[in-house]
Ligand binder design. Sequence first.
Ligand SMILES: C[S@@+](CC[C@H](N)C(=O)[O-])C[C@H]1O[C@@H](n2cnc3c(N)ncnc32)[C@H](O)[C@@H]1O
Length: 295
Amino acid sequence: MNKKKINVYSLIKREVEKLKKIGNKTASLDCRLLLSQILKKTNTVYTHQEVYISRNQIIKFKSLVKKREEGKPVSRILNRRNFWKREFILDEETLDPRPDSEILIETVLEHFSDSTPLLKILDLGSGSGCLGLSLLEEYENASIIFVDASKKSLNIVKRNSQQFRLKGRLKYINLDWHTDDWDTKLLNSADKTKFDIIVTNPPYIPSNEVKFLETEVREYDPILALDGGNDGLDAYRSIIPKLKNLLKPDGKIFVEIGKGQENLVSKIGLENGLLSVEYKKDLSNINRVIVFNIK
Ligand SMILES: C[S@@+](CC[C@H](N)C(=O)[O-])C[C@H]1O[C@@H](n2cnc3c(N)ncnc32)[C@H](O)[C@@H]1O
């Protein structure tokens, strides 16, 4: 196919203007990301760069910008999102990983600073696998169990683990933490060994607030990953009472929470034999992660 050498700036200029007109504040970056995908570049193209592109590819690029214009997030158009040190594959059943959740990874690394022990990790509500797989890369001898109610999202974790070449130290368990005996089922699949590290970022948005979320979240993130029931705390009430049973005596639990939920979630912990030993703030100065020990 005939390809012409073109400067990126001239290629994206009109499309950037279209996106800016509708209030898009990352118009240039969005266009460059979409163009990079079309050109199959591993790095994002720069505005001043020269690229070789065919007529067909230009048409495809414009059709992707059109989707962006219609409100679809770039991560959902590309089905990819950077998190921690990697680019994760997504699909419609996985939450688009949030930069704030990287605080959880940082907190685990502070509490478990040696990268070599044979740690056992549990990722409850794994979505794309962004938390668990990032930890698995940091702890060379760790093994992990991913749990999610969505079978499709567990397949995405599998695909991500394959692209990062992290096979072998992983298990995937499809279960619903709102059932009574989910902890027993989990321990049975884990050869009855308890965990050193448990991480979870459960759905925590109160049901009646979901409709007020930004369109990009409300329309493209799966409701199962967002809706935390009436007061947003349903998942914590199902998960936390079982955690003491799943954790080794000197293990630690790292829980992501929504804005203003720290006292309520700590209280659920306290009522179930867990002590909150640290709150960790996100970049907006909101308490985002609670660390629990066994009391
Ligand atoms: C907020 S998302 C977090 C995804 C991922 N860990 C992250 O941080 O991007 C919550 C995850 O919990 C899963 N989930 C929701 N309700 C569940 C339930 N009752 N049992 C098991 N998993 C559930 C969802 O499918 C979703 O993947």
